[in-house]
Design a binder for this molecule. Structure first.
Ligand code: TYD
Length: 224
């Protein structure tokens, strides 16, 4: 068993299969006897889910990217304090669909916001709760969007899905840049394979990280 809680985030573009992989990993970890909390952003707590609605319908879009970034941050802050920090404290493994890297990429890089503004917002929002492990599911945006459209059926694309292929490509590069800059917490997994192939790679990465990451690298969640 892990001696304390553990915080894993899943990142990547649209249609990378994050929610499926989270479900499969949760089943696997539960069958090994771990308490697992699965959650998502934006959302994951009642306050944050209310903000999610405002963000994904595009209601906040006319007010510009800084206001959207602040709303994502407000939702995240509530989610961290209501759900993530308490779960880590009691020893659970938290699996979160998107977290800070989505803000860094969608609002920071493709939203064009200042790095200093984004860094300041991130610091106050997470208040020390950094992921121990971030799994970046990497997929060619064209294939990802095709999968996302298939999954959605007749429904309409959300505020962020509907952007151009060029924007989705820049996001992919930005996730890969983060992984290259922070290799101690990030791992990139090729998400173009079958569900089983990807889930085996995810399980392997998680196993390694749970048991092999040196204590001093486990990060700020020690201070939760
Ligand atoms: P969601 O329906 O959860 O999409 P996905 O299945 O792709 O995760 O919608 C979340 C959308 O919000 C997604 O397009 C990414 C965007 N987003 C941001 O722009 N910034 C953020 O900080 C987060 C968490 C999400």
């Amino acid at each position: 068993m892990v001696p304390r809680g553990f915080f894993i985030t899943f990142e990547g573009g649209e249609g990378a299969g994050k929610s499926t992989q989270i479900r499969l990993l949760a089943e696997r970890l539960r069958s090994e006897g771990h308490e697992v909390v699965t959650t998502r952003e934006p959302g994951g707590s009642p306050g944050a889910e209310a903000i999610r609605h405002v963000l994904l319908t595009g209601a906040a879009e006319p007010f510009g990217p800084s206001l959207e970034a602040i709303l994502f941050a407000a939702a995240r802050s509530d989610h961290v304090e209501q759900v993530i920090r308490p779960a880590i404290k009691r020893g659970a493994i938290v699996l979160c669909d998107r977290f800070i890297d989505s803000s860094r990429v969608y609002q920071g890089v493709t939203g064009g916001l200042e790095p200093d503004f984004m860094a300041a917002l991130e610091r106050v929002t997470i208040n020390g709760v950094m992921p121990d492990l971030t799994i970046i599911l990497d997929i060619d945006p064209e294939e990802g969007l095709r999968r996302a459209t298939e999954r959605r059926g007749q429904g309409t694309a959300d505020r962020f899905e509907k952007e151009t292929l060029h924007v989705h490509r820049r996001r992919r590069e930005a996730f890969l840049d983060i992984a290259a800059r922070e290799p101690w917490r990030c791992i990139v997994i090729d998400a173009s394979g079958s569900e089983e192939e990807v889930s085996a790679a995810v399980a392997e990465a998680v196993k390694k990280s749970l048991w092999e990451v040196p204590a001093e690298k486990i990060g700020e969640t020690d201070s939760v």
